[in-house]
Design a protein around this ligand. Structure first.
Ligand code: SF4
Length: 367
């Protein structure tokens, strides 16, 4: 990696570039701790443009930590619907309860205490501490690792936790000791150097030293310092060891509709994949035939009055890939089996949150 001397050299051109090139983003307008937190959690899984409407809607419904802590689970899931990774918002709520009880509803201005909160790792703690409070701590994510390994032409595997920790330690030391010229400091928002430096890295990684395709080196403020650019190896970096192959799992999805046009939903277990979320009736690990589906439904007390196959679909989770075969089944009138509910189309729209894994079947459900 870069030594401290070279790391120091990055700071000034990066900050000066950020002053001129920072995009106007809703969470940048008022960088308050809660708003920074929400934006960072949302941005971990989704592109900036896609996050904007979710962010506005979330902040309008839950404008502060206390509102998040008190939000009913169904409403919270609905506000997060479309962003995926529902555990992240569940963890945010647990952290919000802690912040309400222990810190009077204000996220602590302390990196170590932020790290103790549920769902807040070193990146998010660094982002909140630096952007909202001006504390000199780094926020190291894929963008930062990409930029730094390119500038240093370092081919260490960036998936190694030991490498990430070493980068955090080095950047942290650099930030604590960094001095920037007064005229540059004055043009930064709130004269917040750590916040601007972390955001400058995020911005450069998102718009110039991009993850997909060729980096725009001719527009880069670090071009004259960048070893990978000099060596023509930018596209080969960062180095990432190949991830483990995903497990392929067959899944049978059944849209069971009763005589009143309601659909049967079942709630997933409290732990594991898509924990606690609602889904159509389904069987994991099995690609069932129409006859087998009818037999399973009958065992649940549901008559199979008509069955039609639906198009196959797939959904990729981090470690598993679902290969889904689907059926639409009319089941007449019946009690909902244990763990299931009948949901009208209106309830599906307003009350229940169906994960994105079922995107291919949402139209059929009127969503
Ligand atoms: Fe990335 Fe190119 Fe800038 Fe190097 S010069 S940091 S490769 S954009």
């Amino acid at each position: 990696m870069l030594d401290n001397y070279h790391l120091n050299q990055l700071a000034e051109p990066l900050l000066a570039w950020f002053v001129d090139h920072a995009r106007v983003l809703p969470w940048r307008e008022r960088p308050e701790p809660y708003r920074v937190w929400v934006s960072e959690i949302m941005l971990q899984q989704t592109r900036v443009e896609a996050v904007k409407p979710y962010y506005e809607r979330f902040l309008k419904a839950l404008p502060d930590v206390a509102a998040l802590a008190a939000c009913p689970e169904d409403q919270l899931m609905k506000l997060w619907e479309g962003l995926g990774y529902y555990n992240r918002v569940r963890n945010m709520q647990k952290a919000a309860v802690t912040v309400t009880e222990e810190y009077d509803g204000v996220l602590p201005a302390d990196y170590g205490k932020l790290l103790e909160l549920k769902g807040i790792g070193s990146y998010t703690a660094g982002a909140i501490a630096s952007i909202a409070y001006g504390i000199p701590v780094p926020a190291v994510d894929g963008n930062v690792l990409r930029i730094l390994t390119r500038v240093a032409a370092d081919d260490t595997d960036i998936m190694k936790q030991s490498f990430r920790s070493a980068v955090e330690a080095q950047l942290g030391e650099m930030m604590r000791e960094l001095t920037v010229p007064e005229e540059l400091r004055r043009v930064l928002r709130d004269e917040n150097v750590p916040g601007a430096l972390n955001q400058a890295m995020m911005e450069l990684g998102a718009t110039v030293c991009v993850p997909n395709g060729a980096p725009l080196c001719e527009q880069c403020p670090l071009a004259s310092l960048c070893e990978a650019r000099r060596a023509g190896t930018a596209l080969e970096l960062p180095h990432k060891a190949a991830p483990k192959a995903r497990r392929i799992e067959p899944v049978t999805v059944v849209l069971a509709e009763d005589a009143e046009g309601r659909f049967l939903l079942q709630q997933r277990p409290e732990k594991g994949l898509l924990a606690g979320l609602w889904q159509p009736l389904l069987w994991e690990g099995e690609a069932l035939s129409a006859e087998e589906v009818c037999a399973r439904l009958e065992a649940l007390g549901l008559a199979c009055e008509g069955i039609e196959p639906l198009p196959a679909a797939k959904h990729i989770f981090s470690h598993i890939e679902w290969r889904m075969s689907g059926y639409s089944v009319c089941v007449g009138s019946a009690e909902a089996p244990a763990g299931c509910v009948w949901a009208s189309r209106e309830q599906l729209q307003n009350e229940y949150t169906l994960p994105g894994a079922f995107k291919a079947y949402k139209k059929k459900l009127g969503l």
